[in-house]
Every structure is written in C-alpha cells, then in structure tokens.
Design a protein around this ligand. Structure first.
Ligand code: MRU
Length: 343
C-alpha cells in the first residue's frame, strides 16, 4: 500500500511526489517552514493530503514552540493556508485545528495529533462510501458491462492517504473486476496523471493508457470512454467545481459527445461560503514550470508562460457530484446540492 505521509518519531515523512515513479524517497519535515515549502513546491499535493500535511505541520510547530499563545497558532495557520489557495481542504483542516486551540491550549499538541489521525481515518471511510455510490450509479447506467473510464490528474492514495476519490472509484471497481480500461490524462505542471496515477494503476495492475489533454476530443469522439471521473479542489454552493487545469475543457467536450462526467469529493472539499465559481481564487504557478522540462529550459529565453493550476468546471457541465453523503445529480443547483451536503 502506498503511504504518501508517515508520522514517525515526531517527524513528518512525505514521499517526494515530484520524483515518483522512478524514485521512492521520503523527505523529512521537521518544522512549519519545511511544511509550507513541501506544500508550495508540490513535494506533497492533492487537496485532502495537503490539508493533512498542514495539520501535522501544526503539530510540529507546537512541539517546537511549547510556550505558544493562541495568536501564534493563528498566525502559523494563516501562513500554512497561504501555501496553495485553491484547494479548500487546506483551510478547512487548518481552521478546525485553530478551533481546537480556541477551546483550550491545555494538551493541545496531543489533541491535535489525535485529530489529525482521525481526519485521515475518516477520509478513508468517506472515500469508500463514495466509491460504492459511484458503483451503484454506474450499475444502473451500464449494467454489468466492464467499464472504460477516464480520469485527470492524480486523485488516488497519493492525493488522499489510504484511498483515493475519483481514482478510489476506479480502484474499487477494479477490485470487483469491472474495469476494462482507464485513460489517465497526463496533467500539468508535473505530469501528475502520467506519473502518479499511472504509478498507482501499475501497483494495482489496472489496465491503463496515458493520454494528453489535447486528445480529449479525439478520445471521446472515438467512443473509447463510458464515463469520466475527476476529483475536486473546491466545490461551491451552486456546484461549480475547481479542479486541475483541463477539467473544465474535459467536461465541455464530454457534454458535447454525451459522455457522463462525475466529480468525486468528500464534503471537506465543499466551500458553502462561496456561491459560484467566480469567487474561487485560481492558483497561478511559476512560469518556469512551463518554460522548463526536466530542469532544462525548452522555451526561447525571451518567452513567458501563463500557468494556472486549476480551472472551474461549471455545474451545468457536470452529470453528478458524489460525496460521502450521496449523489447530487444534474441539473445541479444550490438547492439540490445543499439537500445532500447538509443532510
Ligand atoms: O496541483 P495538484 O496536483 O495538487 O492538483 C490536484 C487535483 O487537482 C486533484 O484532482 C484534487 O486535488 C483532488 S485530489 C483527491
């Protein structure tokens, strides 16, 4: 089983996701700044996992500064939240850690450790529940046919901990012998799909092909895919969903060719304080991630690049949003979303 995050002897160990699949090496994180850098530089990535990493970062921070006051905790939390702005899980976990301190600072470090572990265990349950909801819906749509599914970026154990969201659905179906083929789109900036999703699919011996984002139309028009499953970094009240750049393009192309398009995300990825996707801050990453490949410059030295990490898939282009509480089916609106999420 892949373990992207290990807490051992008071050190946070993160598998360096930029080096997979060729090298499996863990990076030691021992303080708040190293935790911030590991999130920002994408040693660790994926919405749920950056939230958990931040929680353990706060544990380290308390350990290193036992005389901390509440204001210091709040400052560290705000600092961590600024590492990557789009995935709401980061703010969600960190804000709850601050809330624990608000009640009392007594035994805070110990309570925070328990909280961090509980949150990770809970996500495993939620991911399994989501996989079963997807399985049921797919059975209603496709019967017992072996499925050809497409996914984008990495939403597996490497993005979550023990089990993935969209990739969790795929691995659950594969364990029941229900997968014929998975198309894994390669993804920017670090080929998370081509490296990480493929790595997880190989580990689980699931048949797959890596594709490029430019092939969406070719693949869907060629009728190679029965349904698409992606994860989410932030789902707002009306169902608009921020996820890895290219997700919105895929949803639009899927709608054009009539291919069901699902978002799979736990309720910790929902932001009910925002009404539409227009309110979501999209992370712009350094242009070097586009101008360079394998650490060497490939673009002319005069060129610049625009590197948005995420885009917003509009609710009207989504067939269904699956969270641990149920399936929100199209047409998705604030009303039917809240009915499930707030149940
Ligand atoms: O830039 P990344 O690799 O952190 O982006 C990850 C994604 O977009 C995932 O789809 C999302 O975080 C959900 S992970 C379960």
């Amino acid at each position: 089983m892949i373990k992207p995050l290990i807490w051992e002897n008071n050190v946070l160990k993160l598998i360096d996701q930029r080096k997979l699949p060729l090298t499996e090496v863990y990076v030691d994180v021992t303080n708040l700044e190293e935790c911030f850098d590991s999130i920002k530089d994408m040693v660790v990535r994926g919405a749920p996992l950056i939230g958990f990493t931040a929680l353990w970062g706060m544990v380290l921070d308390i350990k290193n500064n036992p005389s901390y006051k509440f204001d210091d905790i709040k400052k560290s939390a705000d600092y961590l939240k600024s590492a990557r702005p789009t995935a709401v899980n980061l703010a969600y976990e960190v804000d709850r850690a601050v809330k624990l301190a608000e009640d009392s600072l007594e035994t805070y470090e110990q309570r925070l450790r328990v909280f961090a572990q509980d949150q990770m265990d809970l996500l495993f349950e939620h991911n399994l529940a989501m996989a079963k909801i997807a399985e049921k819906d797919l059975k209603e749509k496709f019967g017992d046919k072996k499925l050809r599914l497409m996914t984008l970026c990495n939403t597996g154990a490497l993005a979550c901990g023990p089990m993935g969201t969209a990739l969790g659905v795929i691995s659950h179906l594969a364990s029941q012998g229900k997968i014929e083929m998975v198309y894994a789109s390669e993804t920017r900036p670090y080929l998370q799909g081509g490296r990480l999703t493929a790595y997880e699919l190989c580990k689980e011996k699931i048949p797959h092909k890596i594709t490029v984002e430019g092939a969406f139309s070719y693949i869907l028009e060629s009728n190679l895919v029965d349904a698409i499953f992606i994860g989410a970094d932030r789902i707002v009240k009306n169902g608009d969903t921020a996820n890895k750049i290219g997700s919105s393009t895929l949803a639009i192309v899927a709608k054009y060719y009539g291919v069901p398009f699902y978002v799979v995300a736990p309720t910790s990825s929902f932001d009910l304080n925002s009404s539409t996707g227009d309110e979501i801050e999209i992370e712009l990453r350094p242009e070097e991630e586009i101008l360079n490949a394998l650490s060497s410059r490939i673009a002319p030295k005069e060129s610049h690049a625009l590197n948005p990490s995420f885009d917003v898939t509009r609710a009207k282009n989504i067939t269904g949003i699956i969270c641990e509480k149920g399936l929100i089916s199209a047409p998705i609106s604030s009303e039917n979303l809240l009915k499930i999420v707030e149940a």
